[in-house]
Design a protein around this ligand. Structure first.
Ligand code: ZN
Length: 312
């Protein structure tokens, strides 16, 4: 918690507003011409347009959608007929739940987080504190930061994004509730963000897939296959964007691990994976995990995997 490193804020393009100037312009320029201007400025963009360009594109594209034709439209100038670019990306209509592992407040609530909950196969602690780097940068801080960066990226693609916690509650949620939040949101994909606390020298990331479980309230049979698909895509894009190697201590060498002991997976009824982004207790991995620029890449890699999964 004490770490206050070189943070690099996730790009949060403020949704641009139509300034009075643009409105005036829209009223003055005949429809056809404006349409052409819009075409020129916006081009095919949509996906990666930088924040600066955004202001021209939104204001412009809002105005002239009414076609070209007559040009003269008396009365109050054209209303921005919706079509906000954020809601119309390729993930429009998709719901993504991001589950930032642990909670910065868990340390202060040992009895609450140690109580056990039913995960179908057995009972397990509600939640845990998570780990930290040797310098005290906590996993909970890491997971929330990556989640925020992912939310910005995925919302830009048009997805509806929900976090299971946003540092907005004293502790938790418990693992069963984390699963329930994804289920009740009818999420198209859920990714739980973590970083590991293994021995020094153990390096790299791994993605955890649900094994086939049927016990008590747990029945993962329907999500095993789609979750594997999601996990493979997340792992692939994570490697590509961060350059990190798959774990040298967990899994099959390809960064994939299947587990049947995690409540957050056992109780999920929607495609879900965990990712351990690196090992906080290894100094080389810790140097990456504490870098804002690296976390942005991590968020991007995971998000690209989700996008790929959702687009099929
Ligand atoms: Zn964790």
């Amino acid at each position: 918690m004490s770490y206050a490193g070189p943070d690099f804020e996730p790009p949060q393009p403020r949704r641009p507003r139509r300034g009075p100037l643009t409105v005036a312009l829209a009223a003055l320029v005949p429809g056809a011409l404006l349409g052409w201007l819009v075409y020129e400025t916006v081009g095919g963009s949509g996906d990666t347009g930088g924040p600066d360009r955004a202001s021209t594109s939104t204001s412009a594209s809002a105005a002239p959608t009414e076609p070209t034709g007559d040009g003269k439209q008396p009365g109050p100038s054209p209303t921005p007929t919706a079509s906000a670019p954020a809601a119309s990306g390729p993930l429009k209509g998709k719901v993504v739940v991001i589950d930032p592992g642990h909670n910065p407040g868990n340390f202060r609530h040992p009895s609450e987080i140690n109580r056990t909950v039913d995960i179908g196969t057995n009972r397990k602690e509600c939640d845990t504190t998570g780990t930290s780097t040797n310098d005290g940068y906590t996993e909970a801080e890491f997971t929330l930061d990556v989640a925020h960066r992912m939310r910005a990226l995925l919302e830009k693609q048009g997805a509806a994004v929900k976090l299971t916690q946003d540092g907005d509650r004293p502790y938790g949620p418990c693992v069963d509730e984390r699963a329930r939040i994804g289920n009740e949101a009818k999420a198209d994909a859920v990714v739980s963000i973590h970083a590991d606390g293994s021995g020094a020298g153990n390096r790299g990331f791994h993605v955890i897939l649900p094994g086939s479980v049927r016990a008590g309230a747990a029945d993962t049979r329907a999500i095993v296959a789609p979750s594997r698909d999601l996990g493979e895509r997340v792992a692939g894009r994570f490697v590509a964007v961060t350059g990190s190697a798959p774990s040298n201590y967990a899994g099959d060498g390809g960064g994939l691990v299947t587990r049947k002991d995690l409540g957050g997976l056992n109780l999920s009824t929607v495609p879900k994976v965990f990712i351990e982004c690196g090992n906080m207790r290894d100094s080389k991995d810790a140097a990456l995990l504490t870098s804002g620029a690296w976390r942005q890449k991590a968020a991007q890699g995971i998000s690209e995997g989700i996008v790929s999964f959702l687009r099929g």
